[in-house]
Design a protein around this ligand. Sequence first.
Ligand SMILES: Cc1cc2nc3c(=O)[nH]c(=O)nc-3n(C[C@H](O)[C@H](O)[C@H](O)COP(=O)(O)OP(=O)(O)OC[C@H]3O[C@@H](n4cnc5c(N)ncnc54)[C@H](O)[C@@H]3O)c2cc1C
Length: 316
Amino acid sequence: MKDSNQNKNKQNIEVRDLIIVGTGPAGYTASIYASRYDIDNTIIGNLPGGTATKAHKICNYPGLEDISGMELGQRMQDHAKGLGAKEINAKVTHITREGNLFHIKTPKREFTAKSVILAAGTKRRKLNLPNEQKFLGKGVSYCATCDSFFYKDKIVGIVGGSSATTMAASHLAEIAKKVYIIYRGDALRGDLVWKKKALKADNVEVLYDRNLRALRGDKKLEYVILDKPYKGNKELKLDGIFVEIGSVPEISFVNMRISKTRSGYIKVKPDQSTTIKGFFAAGDITTASNNFKQVITAAAEGAIAAQSAYKYLSRL
Ligand SMILES: Cc1cc2nc3c(=O)[nH]c(=O)nc-3n(C[C@H](O)[C@H](O)[C@H](O)COP(=O)(O)OP(=O)(O)OC[C@H]3O[C@@H](n4cnc5c(N)ncnc54)[C@H](O)[C@@H]3O)c2cc1C
């Protein structure tokens, strides 16, 4: 397939066989499989390694018992590039379709491709509270792995109740003086190992059945307001708050009619194809893998998408 690609169309525009959007586990795996199918592929993304890089530790990827998300992402990138992927570090702003070709725009360049694999993952859900943006980097964080060291011997809170919350709590417990998990439910969810680890730490306390109402402080976060009192007070003094309340897909740059759920996840068939011919999707952005959003499922979907792209390109 490599011989026929990167050819020019009638308007003398370079037409690539496959463009993969997203440099996370789904995107890199799609690229690895595409290269093994001898498809010349270009991968465009703005965060090498993807969301996995926010994981302090990944302990459930087969063959790698204990690896930081950052290292796993780096290894995937090296693997994909080693097999010949061209990687472009940029944010895709538009994807449109004209006839059988896709046009992918970044702020500086435009690409044309016969097929696309969208592997753009999800972005972190925000609290949507006043001051959230103002205190970003001054007490508000969306990444415990990245920002924990700013909170050595300090008091921090984590909003949420999932595996990401308990993983963050376990990590922060080793650095901060005190860690409050603020959770609206009455039982933490997710991976049991992280849950047990967090609950075992002496300095972790869970405030169940509570929501955050406000973030207060002058130049930086100083305290939060809870909807129900803790030890008789709705004000809780915190040096930092970590937001771990899930993620949502962001596909506003896909300027085509495509079947998706109400929350924006792309509906795919078992072969990762979408309602648009030649346009495949893989990873956290899709409804596949029983909505189990993990590195291994993202990688598997990337592999399937590459196989489907190969079949599609072979028929053209
Ligand atoms: C704190 C935390 C801990 C986790 N721990 C684990 C764990 O232990 N084990 C596990 O299996 N999973 C874990 N996960 C989940 C795992 O990280 C994800 O399921 C996985 O990364 C999804 O891969 P993906 O390739 O679909 O998307 P992502 O990893 O989100 O990658 C998407 C990529 O697309 C890029 N992108 C998005 N929009 C654009 C655009 N417009 N233009 C260009 N590029 C774009 C992004 O920058 C990113 O590089 C964790 C997640 C978090 C947040």
